[in-house]
Ligand binder design. Structure first.
Ligand SMILES: NC(=O)c1ccc[n+]([C@@H]2O[C@H](COP(=O)([O-])OP(=O)(O)OC[C@H]3O[C@@H](n4cnc5c(N)ncnc54)[C@H](OP(=O)(O)O)[C@@H]3O)[C@@H](O)[C@H]2O)c1
Length: 302
């Protein structure tokens, strides 16, 4: 089967489309025929910064069809349409077949096609965990969401709106209408507005741009700040009376099941930016790395 692998850290030029053996199912796993993969910044960062043990098959997010079920599994049947964010340390999504423990897998939303569904897992779980587990966002609170038109940002806007928060989105002018259509009440165009000059009354900030020094001073005393990239400066946070931290998402099928339910009820939507065939994985990562995606980019596999 075809897989996108990396043998040496450093350059996206090191990506190889290889013919590798189809994985063999074990009793505690599912064999899934992959239909599409969601791209995430970690896919190129992992190559350039060497996050994972080499060599490995790239990628975390898949949609696909269960082809075989291990004898110790119970949640899925052959033919089920599924999505998931695979075991973080192993990666392995960008391939025609994958095997996975069922704890990383959920049913695919019935109202999404495989391409749309592949864009859901990692980005939506990051937004969910950041807003609800970390910031403990509540109705009526005012939250600033950084990079709001990106993969994570568009989910974050929708989850925050869903619970009745007031959303201020940071996005460039070209994405103003998009983030408003997803529920943002206010938009700050970061290409025009100096973030040092924004209001000082935020209850919470969800930051995917490592802008803690600019944003923490604008959070109310007693407010919260979460970063999904760099660790915030604790001295700065203490000075402003703000609880601040960063975190790495984890693949939680219970949370993903809940998100799938919301998608099926039409409460959460997803938009795709670019679709690339599996053979074009390098170009896909180059596009993702530019950092100006609107929603999610997808690799088409099966
Ligand atoms: N900790 C975790 O578990 C976790 C999970 C997921 C992602 N992440 C990290 O979070 C970051 C965002 O991920 P993502 O998937 O949302 O990325 P993404 O989809 O590539 O984000 C693209 C968005 O970023 C916006 N953007 C670019 N430069 C900006 C700036 N200076 N200020 C504000 N917005 C800007 C772009 O808007 P314009 O086109 O309008 O410029 C675009 O809409 C990445 O660094 C990723 O590695 C961490």
């Amino acid at each position: 089967m075809k897989a996108v692998s990396i043998n040496e850290k450093g350059s996206l030029d090191n990506i190889r489309i290889e013919d590798v053996p189809k994985p063999i199912i074990t009793p505690n796993k599912l064999l899934i025929k992959v239909k599409a993969c969601g791209l995430n910044p970690v896919d190129w960062k992992g190559i350039e910064l060497g996050f994972f043990e080499m060599p490995y098959v790239l990628g975390t997010d898949i949609s696909g069809i269960v082809e075989e079920v291990g004898s110790e599994t119970s949640k899925f049947s052959i033919g089920d349409e599924v999505i998931g964010s695979l075991e973080w340390s192993k990666q392995g999504a960008f391939a025609e077949y994958i095997i996975s423990e069922e704890k990383y897998i959920s049913k695919k939303p019935i109202n999404l096609n495989f391409e749309e569904a592949a864009g859901v897992p990692l980005a939506s779980l990051t937004a969910w965990q950041g807003l609800f587990d970390k910031l403990e966002l509540k109705a009526g609170e005012k939250i600033l969401i950084q990079a709001a038109a990106g993969g994570v940002g568009l989910f974050a806007i929708q989850f925050a709106k869903m619970i009745g928060a007031h959303v201020v989105a940071v996005a460039s002018k070209k994405n103003e209408e998009l983030v408003k259509s997803f529920g943002a009440e206010e938009v700050i165009d970061y290409t025009q507005v100096d973030l040092k000059t924004i209001a000082n009354d935020f209850d919470a900030v969800f930051d995917s741009m490592a802008t803690a020094p600019l944003l923490i001073p604008h959070i109310k005393h007693g407010g919260r700040y979460i970063s999904i990239t760099a660790k915030p400066d604790q001295e700065l946070a203490e000075k402003h009376g703000v609880k601040a931290s960063n975190f790495l998402f984890y693949s939680d099928p219970n949370q993903l099941d809940e998100i799938v339910g919301l998608i099926e009820k039409g409460k959460i939507k997803i938009i795709l930016d670019q679709l690339f065939p599996l053979d074009e994985a390098k170009n896909a990562l180059i596009f993702q790395k530019k950092g100006h995606s609107r929603g999610k980019n997808i690799l088409l596999v099966g």
